[in-house]
Ligand binder design. Structure first.
Ligand code: MRU
Length: 357
């Protein structure tokens, strides 16, 4: 597809995660919006821990961070022979894999590199190291390109006017532009996005801390609302369309995304508001048939018991699912880097993958 804007015309933000010889460099998202700080990680354990503690978060950014974790291993592993290298490689792979269970981009990126390594086991060790690093960079570069296409496809599918989003599926959640972020940025450039409603997104506040920060940084007009206000804002006729990200979309179009997405989808149907998700093909898991099969991460109760580091509840039991599943019947369309998929999702997603072969 012809893209009308280049990434640097859409955002002033740098890449959220990158790799420089011997270190993974990322924006520490836990510090935003109070502080914009870039951190450098020099071991696979540090990268795995950054994913678990959400210093880096958002499905495609997690995938890229894990890929760079393997690049870091490949660059720095002291092993002299292939067996020693491979033993360490599988251990790094496992550590990174066991970080967050829901976003499929993590497994997609790790398996892509693992497959490449296993296909090249006969090559000299130095060649294998080089292949891993190059592939990790390719994964990150492709994410930016995919987002750019999503942005342009999405801008043609979403209604003009006021949009609402949940969580952060912006630049910070990907390598640079965002999935939802790219659509919003292209529409803002085109003059078709009047106002963005941003849900705060309890418990970790990705909407308030990250989306409000990055979209206002890029000059997108927005209003922050508490999660509880979303239904009323829709009832007041102030929302023309809703666009959210995805952590895993399965073969029938059901998808997992940040907790609270499902409630928005049901409310959108009640109010006749188009409801879209935007994601690259690396977020689509055609192995799973329905959303019921998606593993949903449960996070520490501490996230619900506190807000901004302050205790807001007594020490009671907490249930803290980080994601929910939205059945495909609530979805208007899935904006991908290969075009917008409309119902029937099962047939059209299959077709999308067949056409790419
Ligand atoms: O727990 P998080 O912050 O990693 O969850 C992020 C989301 O749910 C995003 O909407 C999703 O990963 C898509 S990011 C382009």
């Amino acid at each position: 597809m012809e893209t009308r804007y280049r990434p640097e015309e859409l955002t002033r933000l740098p890449r959220s995660v990158a790799y420089e010889k011997g270190r993974v460099v990322m924006i520490d998202q836990t510090l935003l919006p109070a502080e914009f700080r870039t951190i450098e990680l020099r071991t696979v354990d540090e990268v795995a821990s950054a994913i678990v503690t959400m210093k880096v978060r958002g499905a495609p950014a997690i995938g890229a961070a894990a890929a760079f974790g393997l690049a870091l291993y490949a660059d720095t592993a002291k092993a002299k022979d292939r067996d020693g290298f491979m033993e360490g490689f599988y251990s790094a792979y496992e550590k990174l894999k066991n970080t967050r269970p829901t976003a499929v981009n993590l497994f997609w990126a790790l398996n892509r590199i693992r497959k490449l390594v296993e296909e090249n086991l006969e090559s000299p060790l130095e060649e294998i190291r080089r292949l891993v690093v190059e592939e990790a960079h390719r994964i990150a570069d492709e994410d930016v390109e995919a987002n750019l296409r999503i942005g342009h496809y999405g801008a043609g599918a979403l209604p003009e006017g006021n949009l609402l989003t949940h969580c952060n599926a912006g630049s910070l959640a990907t390598v640079q532009l965002g999935t939802v972020g790219a659509v919003l940025r292209v529409m803002h450039r085109d003059g078709t996005l009047k106002l963005l409603w941003v849900d705060e997104t309890r418990p970790v506040l990705q909407g308030a801390r990250l989306s409000a920060w990055e979209y206002s940084y890029d000059g997108i007009p927005l209003k922050l609302i508490s999660d509880d206000a979303a239904g009323f804002v829709m009832a007041q006729g102030k929302v023309d369309g809703i666009i959210v990200g995805a952590d895993r979309i399965v073969a029938n179009g059901d998808f997992a995304n940040k907790i609270g997405t499902y409630s928005l989808a049901v409310l959108a149907k009640e109010h006749g508001i188009p409801f879209f998700t935007a994601a690259p093909l690396s977020t689509i898991d055609m192995e799973l048939k329905s959303g019921k099969e998606i593993p949903i991460e449960e996070r520490p109760g501490e996230e619900v018991l506190t807000c901004g580091g302050c205790k807001i509840a007594p020490d009671v039991d907490v249930y803290n699912p980080a994601f929910d599943v939205t059945p495909h019947k609530y979805l208007t369309g899935i904006i991908t880097d290969r075009g917008v998929v409309y119902p029937p999702f099962e047939r059209n997603l299959k077709k999308l993958f067949r056409e790419g072969e």
